[in-house]
Design a protein around this ligand. Structure first.
Ligand SMILES: Cc1cc2nc3c(=O)[nH]c(=O)nc-3n(C[C@H](O)[C@H](O)[C@H](O)COP(=O)(O)O)c2cc1C
Length: 182
């Protein structure tokens, strides 16, 4: 069985696309196929010791979900269901999509919301990412001067996504015991 689970929320599909790109870069046996968080139970996540979790930010710095102009349930509803579950012993890395030009005052804030949930649930967080190369006025996803996970802006910096993804995956690969596919 795969050791690493990858789960995402999405409204318009970009975060799903990134989840699929991550899966594609790795050896098939170690990483499971990406699953939309609205189809996952807490036991689906707990099957894995290593998790890669992705979210866009929607609404006003919100997680995707019914409240955030999404038609479907997503991270907001999933985290409510997962309340009270311990993720102690799990290693988690996050990636988040946002738009730093239109939403520069709440850039990738959704990333902060899933991060806080899993910190409180006892998980070990890896994959913090430099804020260099981004231009925004505020982000709750910056803790101790770094994003709590990989920040991607496919709206205004799409040409930087592949490079950022490669560098971030190389950074977390040793912790996750992964070999990046050539
Ligand atoms: C209604 C709406 C609200 C958004 N709010 C934010 C926001 O608060 N912060 C941010 O960084 N990006 C925001 N964005 C940008 C999205 O996060 C970005 O377009 C992302 O790539 C969408 O991912 P998805 O296709 O997986 O849903 C918003 C986009 C929309 C359509």
């Amino acid at each position: 069985m795969a050791r690493i689970g990858i789960f995402f929320g999405t409204n318009s599909g970009s975060t799903r696309k990134i989840a699929k790109q991550i899966k594609k870069r790795f050896d098939d046996d170690t990483m499971a196929d990406p699953v939309n968080i609205n189809k996952a139970s807490v036991d689906d996540l707990l099957k894995y010791d290593y998790l890669i979790l992705g979210t866009p930010t929607l609404g006003d710095g919100l997680l995707p979900g019914i409240e955030a102009e999404c038609d479907e349930e997503s991270w907001a509803e999933a985290l409510e269901k997962f309340q009270g579950t311990s993720f102690a012993g799990k290693t988690v890395a996050f990636f988040g999509l946002g738009d730093q030009e239109t939403y520069g005052h709440e850039f990738v804030d959704g990333l902060a919301l899933i991060y806080e949930f899993f910190v409180d649930a006892g998980a070990t967080i890896v994959g913090q990412w430099s804020t260099e190369g981004y231009s925004f006025s505020a982000s709750q996803a910056v803790v101790d001067g770094k994003f709590v996970g990989l920040a991607l802006d496919n709206d205004t910096q799409p040409d930087q996504t592949a490079e950022r993804l490669d560098a971030w995956l190389a950074q977390i690969a040793p912790v996750f015991g992964l070999t990046v596919a050539a």
